[in-house]
Design a protein around this ligand. Structure first.
Ligand SMILES: Cc1ncc(C[n+]2csc(CCOP(=O)(O)OP(=O)(O)O)c2C)c(N)n1
Ligand code: SF4
Ligand SMILES: [Mg+2]
Length: 200
């Protein structure tokens, strides 16, 4: 068992663990050393992402993942900058930062851990919750259609927007590597297993 896995504080079976592992593998296979990269995150279940990956990291103010990542990239374009976000964070309250980052098109890799609910605050509907899903804030069923992040990104001029799945590990590693190698803004929306709340 690798030592970083011993420190994981997510629920058993949480897809975030696999996503972090995939990011670490991608860095390793691309030979991007810890002093040449920065991982930026913020609040949500997944905010610990930056703590579990060695190298430079920042846990920013609420919702400021992409603005912070933009400043880092502009200050030192040589660094590999990887920003992590979540479905409410990225496609809800801070959607504006997301679409403008797509339009600005700097070389930042944005990995969204999409568990289709607010998990940290225990099971409220998010912008990607399926229309029929039951949650605390949609006690009968969700009555509005979910966003399609890939289409939104493409409509905002993003030249790399792909979906991955936390349970398809090797495929996820390859997509993340492709995204890091893409020299413009790239989105990987990862369908993240959240066994505690995503029961659809
Ligand atoms: C401005 C602001 N409003 C509300 C909150 C409370 N809050 C913390 S995490 C969270 C939901 C996070 O959901 P998501 O972004 O999908 O991340 P997940 O926990 O599912 O990984 C909310 C509403 C906050 N931290 N900041
Ligand atoms: S609530 Fe869901 S997203 Fe949060 S740690 Fe548990 S399984 Fe992971
Ligand atoms: Mg979520």
């Amino acid at each position: 068992m690798r030592s970083w896995l011993n420190n994981i504080q997510w629920c058993p079976g949480c897809g975030d663990t696999l996503i972090i592992w995939a990011i670490k593998k991608a860095f390793e296979q691309l030979w991007i050393e810890s002093h040449n990269r920065v991982v930026v995150s913020w609040v949500g279940c997944s905010w610990k992402a930056s703590q579990y990956i060695d190298g430079y990291a920042a846990e920013t103010l609420h919702g400021r993942t992409l603005p912070f990542a933009t400043w880092v990239k502009m200050a030192n374009p040589e660094l590999t900058v990887l920003a992590t976000g979540w479905d409410w964070d990225g496609y809800g309250i801070w959607m504006g930062h997301f679409i403008h980052a797509c339009k600005r098109d700097l070389d930042i890799t944005y990995i969204v851990m999409d568990n289709e609910n607010y998990a940290l605050t225990t099971w409220q509907a998010s912008p990607t919750t399926p229309i029929w899903a039951k949650t605390k804030t949609t006690p009968n069923w969700n009555t509005s259609n979910p966003f399609n992040p890939i289409e939104i990104a493409k409509n905002a001029w993003c030249s790399f927007a792909k979906t991955a799945d936390s349970i398809k590990f090797m495929e996820m590693v390859e997509i993340i590597k492709e995204a890091i190698n893409h020299k413009w803004f790239s989105l990987v929306n990862v369908h993240q297993a959240c066994p505690s709340f995503k029961r659809w």
